[in-house]
Write a new protein. Structure first.
Length: 608
């Protein structure tokens, strides 16, 4: 056992967050911490880290174990580059390397010390730290061009990825990760899944990404109404057991309530006889009733929004036609010659890595940006409802109530309040300013406006961001029963599997069509990408004829450069990143390649 929480309780004022919470994490175990927004997941992680005190209970970490924590929000400052920031996790190796170089100068006198230090350096994977850093950075979605960016100017999402990279490289015995996938694209999430599966320590994760949890965890720790319960298995296993448990508990509660009412009726009847024997029997039954261990009524916490999407009018069968669409920004070409059609009733997921132009595509189709080339045509009677992940459709200076009443002036105050209550805004909450709301709250306001729009073509940009699992499931049900048409961008693979009838993958500046869900896309991705969106190779100059030595040199350079790239690609693989021996072996080969290339470049210059 590496981490134990026993009887942990925490309240803020009268609000109980944790009530006698107990659980433990075994060495190398991968566990999830789940619960609705506000249930206390982050509070529990902060108590474990000692950032805030618990009201009672104990947190115990195994002796000599190190713990690493990734908070949801990071504020890394300074003049270091991204690469240099991650390199700080290897400072002890750099110190060793510097000392080794110093010892080398006095090698005759210090050979024994040098041999000992070299052995320690090898044990610490010292020869491979550069490759390890590069592998983690690329796995988390940074290109080599990004490595030299200063961390102080990075976006919040980039800073979180840098912090996650530093945490993975520092290799603590237990990782505490609070929403680690929030700022990662699909490829990076898949890389992180494999990295964590191969991680030699324990992992405790807060995440609303159900596909990610299914792949990684073998235990689920749930917080509900302050109570903590442990379930063996992944998320899907938990969801199934939880539903059965809730159903059984509710039935047991109803049966006990019926028995209590029956006994109370019998007691009243016995007392009404007003005889000594009947009164004694009534008192005996009362004692038994008082000793009965009462089953608490299963708490129906008001945390589930009520969402119903229905179009006002039916559109034509042809909803959207896109022809030869192209868009680029200075120094950043996004896509070109993109064409596709959308028919009424389809639910299409637009996917792709960060920076491929997914949000830009939605903005063009919603009339917020102009394309560089091409055109798009909306079908007859098509009415768009747009959900913007940045919630620019909301007005920061308005209250929630004003946001709805100004957009839909025909609604009465009672109708607005009832509708907002369905999205968990009650009482004085409706007068909160938009600017003061959390991401999840803004998402609920945007969904409320979307529901009221009664549009027949929904264009949604990351609609599940900041939603807890229960809210995601409600949105899935609403979209699946919606009779209109949906085009959405999402990196939530579980959500895509539940809702999409078709997938458009924006890759290599083109769109590849998949008629199926996310699992079908994974199965066909390599085959269809190569067929419909191959990577464009750079044109190579033909070597001049007759220069045999020059040609041989160029061929050798090409062979070595190809092998160098293969090593880089291999070092990114999670099963290699987490294998110090393999990393060291590949790093030594890479160093040898670099030395030979330096010689070949000089030879080529002389021959040329």
């Amino acid at each position: 056992m590496i981490l134990s929480c026993q009887g942990v309780s925490k309240a803020f004022g009268e609000k109980v967050i944790l009530d006698d919470a107990s659980f433990h994490i075994e060495e190398r175990e991968k566990a999830a911490l789940i619960g609705n927004n506000g249930a206390g997941k982050t509070t529990l992680l902060r108590i474990i880290m000692g950032e805030i005190p618990s009201d009672s209970g104990t947190v115990t970490l195994a002796k000599d174990s190190r713990i690493g924590y990734l908070a949801q929000y990071q504020d890394i400052q300074g003049d270091l580059t991204i690469y240099e920031e991650l390199l700080t996790t290897k400072q002890y190796i750099l110190d060793m390397e510097n000392r080794m170089r110093a010892i080398e100068k006095e090698l005759d006198h210090l050979m024994n010390a040098y041999t000992r230090l070299t052995h320690e350096f090898e044990l610490e994977n010292g020869y491979a730290y550069k490759s390890e850093l590069t592998g983690v950075l690329k796995g988390l979605g940074f290109s080599e061009e990004d490595f030299s960016q200063k961390v102080g100017i990075l976006s919040g999402g980039q800073k979180t990825r840098v912090a996650l990279g530093k945490l993975l490289l520092s290799r603590p015995d237990i990782l505490l990760l609070d929403e680690p996938t929030n700022h990662l694209d699909m490829e990076s999430i898949a890389w992180l899944e494999n990295y964590l599966l191969n991680y030699p320590g324990a992992v405790f994760i807060v995440s609303h990404d159900r596909y990610f949890l299914d792949k990684v965890v073998t235990k689920v720790v749930e917080i509900e109404a302050g109570h903590v319960t442990c379930f063996p298995g992944n998320y899907s296993s938990f969801a199934e057991k939880k539903a059965r448990l809730r159903d059984a508990l509710y039935k047991a509660y109803l049966n006990q309530q019926r028995e209590i009412k029956h006994q109370e009726a019998v007691i009243v009847k016995l007392k009404s006889f007003n005889r000594e024997k009947s009164i004694r029997r009534a008192e005996s039954r009362e004692k038994m009733l008082n000793k009965m261990q009462r089953i608490e009524k299963p708490v129906e916490i008001q945390t589930q929004m009520r969402l119903s999407l229905e179009p006002r009018t039916v559109s034509g069968n042809d909803v959207l036609t896109v022809e030869n669409l192209a868009k680029s920004f200075p120094g950043q070409p996004l896509f070109s010659n993109v064409s596709f059609q959308i028919k009424r009733g389809e639910r299409i997921a637009l996917i792709g890595n960060n920076g491929t132009g997914k949000t830009t595509m939605l903005k063009i189709l919603n009339g917020l940006l102009d394309p560089d080339e091409g055109r798009y045509t909306l079908g007859t009677k098509v009415q768009i409802g747009y959900y913007d992940q940045e919630h620019h459709v909301l007005h920061s200076d308005k209250t929630i109530f004003q946001e709805i009443s100004d957009a839909y002036p025909t609604l009465t105050e009672t109708e607005i309040r009832n509708m907002l209550a369905a999205f968990l805004f009650t009482g004085e909450d409706v007068f909160k300013e938009i600017s003061s709301l959390s991401g999840g709250e803004r998402g609920r306001v945007s969904l409320a406006k979307l529901m009221l729009s009664e549009a027949n073509f929904l264009i949604l940009d990351e609609p599940t961001n900041h939603l807890d699992i229960a809210s995601k499931e409600i949105l899935e049900e609403a979209l699946n029963s919606y009779t209109g048409t949906v085009l959405y961008v999402s990196h939530d693979r579980y959500f895509i599997n539940q809702t999409a009838t078709r997938i458009l993958d924006l890759t290599n500046r083109a769109v590849v069509n998949y008629i199926g869900d996310y699992d079908y896309y994974l199965e066909k991705k390599e085959e269809l990408t190569e067929k419909y969106a191959p990577v464009q190779e750079d044109i190579k100059e033909t070597p001049s004829a007759g220069a045999n030595e020059l040609k041989k040199t160029e061929q050798r350079i090409e062979e070595l450069e190809t092998r160098d790239r293969e090593i880089d690609d291999t070092l990114v693989l999670p099963e290699v990143c987490t294998d110090p021996g393999r990393c060291a072996e590949l790093s030594r080969e890479k160093d040898a390649i670099q030395k030979e290339l330096e010689e070949l470049y000089e030879k080529w210059e002389a021959l040329a």
